[in-house]
Write a protein that binds this ligand. Structure first.
Ligand SMILES: Cc1cc2nc3c(=O)[nH]c(=O)nc-3n(C[C@H](O)[C@H](O)[C@H](O)COP(=O)(O)OP(=O)(O)OC[C@H]3O[C@@H](n4cnc5c(N)ncnc54)[C@H](O)[C@@H]3O)c2cc1C
Length: 492
């Protein structure tokens, strides 16, 4: 008699849910995925306004090997299904006084540019990146690719080596202090400090160890997925379907069914579905609050400070800007004040503005002679702010800043508009308080206090996605799927 196929239910089609589906399908699991929305991808989705197409959420793509790996696991050649190009200029930086720096992907070229335009000695920049790389190589793979909550992760030679090198990891300084000490020049410090926002944190509070993040872009590289960010979602979704994964859309999971301490299934629209393993890709906060209301939640983990959120203006622009690249940053005059305000749940009057223009690479994303602007401002996670009036104020300030720096009258060129605010982020993806990256990294202990990929007191239930270890952002979400796969495979 043939053995019954092992089964798994996944709640949510965020990038981590999709990656988990692929990984478990490859292992022979029969998989059913329930998604509340009518489309896959969660934050990593797309929409169009007239002839303008927009990636709704993430715009920066690093560590493509974690996507490739999914195709390789399935025995397929990644390039046949998902392709991307390395960016020559990762980001173009602008300041109010007219200073411009091209953040080249090639480190040597970037260091030359920084010396030429900011006067920071090339050697200093290279030295900073050498240290950033060392930090990543010492700690990154061990702690990002494995559960922090198993002794197995800690009992390796590599961990022992990093413990011996603890003083070089800058655990007790802030990112800002590390950058200040390393490159001194205020504009270069601001440029490096910006990387704290990659997990929704403040450079003045996030631990210095995170000064490894710039290495991801300038040491390893930033990429543009051909077809836009949405092709990450679509290619993994199609891969999962080709492996037999069954998807149900418009299917909100109302409850995780328990039998004693074991998760047994889910309740969807009054119907019960059972499986051997349940994986929640829903924000861990709401997984407990909404799907496990009868369990005592792990308060300490759930009460961790949330990451920042974002306010995004998706503008159809009826002209082209030759001086802009795919990723552009218009810096605030006072970065400290900007993060001070965010920490108080406010937005300062001169916030940093990020402009992403995918039509620079995907011409079909905007009509001829036009561009699709994704204009993002970091804002605090939602806590009863009046987003309607804040949005109007921020929009006004943003347009004035863009006009000053790019010497344009932008209002004359905006032909379509859509807006995403923290309330909508929360309602579209069930992300608690509209946080982009789950919990912030604003303390030395954040990594340890982030919820694990399992809960010791609940059997057969696992957690993936930006709100659990190792954290938010596409690469880390993909790694959370790998960790869940390892846990399940090892019978944990
Ligand atoms: C505006 C914005 C910009 C960003 N920029 C970047 C960037 O440039 N680079 C980067 O790497 N990252 C970026 N991020 C972060 C990145 O998008 C996220 O970390 C990542 O996409 C989160 O994926 P996830 O797997 O946690 O799932 P989510 O994307 O959070 O999706 C969860 C899914 O679960 C579904 N769901 C929830 N509850 C239920 C339920 N009860 N039943 C059924 N389905 C349910 C939701 O509908 C949703 O589809 C950005 C995020 C945003 C919003």
């Amino acid at each position: 008699m043939s053995e019954k196929k092992k089964s798994a239910i996944i709640i949510g089609t965020g990038i981590a849910g999709l990656a988990t589906a692929v990984r478990l399908a490859v292992k022979g699991y029969d998989i059913q995925v329930f998604e509340a929305n009518s489309y896959p991808g969660g934050k990593l989705s797309e929409f169009s306004v007239g002839d303008f197409r927009f990636d709704a959420g993430p715009s920066l793509f690093t560590m493509p090997q974690y996507v490739d790996e999914l195709f390789e696991l399935a025995g397929k050649k990644p390039g046949d299904f998902f392709s991307y190009q390395k960016l020559e200029t990762v980001c173009k930086y602008f300041w109010e006084d007219g200073t411009v720096v091209e953040g080249y992907g090639n480190l040597d070229k970037f260091a030359n540019e920084v010396e030429k335009n900011l006067g920071v000695k090339k050697n200093k920049t290279l030295q900073f990146f050498k240290k950033a790389k060392a930090k990543y190589e010492l700690t990154g793979t061990t702690f990002l690719e494995h559960s922090l909550h198993r002794s197995k992760t800690w009992l390796t030679k590599k961990v022992l080596k990093s413990l011996l090198l603890l003083p070089t990891l800058d655990l007790f300084s802030s990112m800002h202090q590390v950058h200040n000490k390393s490159v001194e020049h205020p504009k270069m410090v601001q440029l490096l400090d910006r990387f704290a926002t990659y997990n929704g944190s403040s450079p003045y509070q996030a631990p210095g160890l995170l000064s490894m993040i710039p290495h991801f872009e300038h040491g390893i590289g930033a990429y543009y997925p051909n077809g836009g960010m949405i092709s990450i979602t679509n290619s993994i979704f199609n891969l999962a379907k080709s492996l037999g994964v069954r998807f149900q859309f418009n299917a909100l999971v109302d409850e995780i069914l328990m039998e004693g301490k074991k998760a047994k299934g889910v309740l969807v629209d009054g119907k019960r579905f059972y499986a051997d393993k349940i994986v929640s890709n829903m924000d861990v906060f709401y997984t407990y609050k909404k799907l496990l209301p009868n369990l005592r939640p792990p308060k300490r983990q759930l009460n961790q400070e949330r990451s920042t959120s974002a306010l995004i203006f998706y503008w159809g622009i009826n002209r082209k800007f030759a001086n802009l690249k795919l990723h552009n940053i218009l810096f605030s005059e006072n970065y400290n004040a900007e993060f001070d305000a965010l920490g108080k749940g406010e937005v300062c009057s001169d916030p940093t503005i990020y402009i992403n223009i995918s039509s620079k690479h995907s011409k079909q994303d905007a009509p001829p002679g036009s561009e699709n602007w994704f204009v993002m401002i970091n804002v605090p996670y939602s806590s009863n702010q009046d987003w309607e009036s804040l949005t109007q104020r921020i929009k006004q300030n943003a347009i004035e800043k863009i006009n000053r720096i790019l010497e344009v009258n932008l209002e004359d060129h905006i032909v379509t508009e859509a807006i995403l605010d923290p309330i909508t982020i929360e309602s579209k993806t069930s992300s608690y308080r509209g946080a982009l990256y789950g919990t912030s990294s604003n303390s030395k202990f954040s990594a340890f206090l982030r919820h694990a990929n399992f809960n010791r007191s609940i059997q057969n239930l696992y957690f993936c996605g930006g709100s659990v270890h190792p954290g938010g952002g596409i690469p880390l979400c993909l790694l959370s799927a790998k960790i869940v796969d390892d846990l399940i495979s090892e019978g944990y």
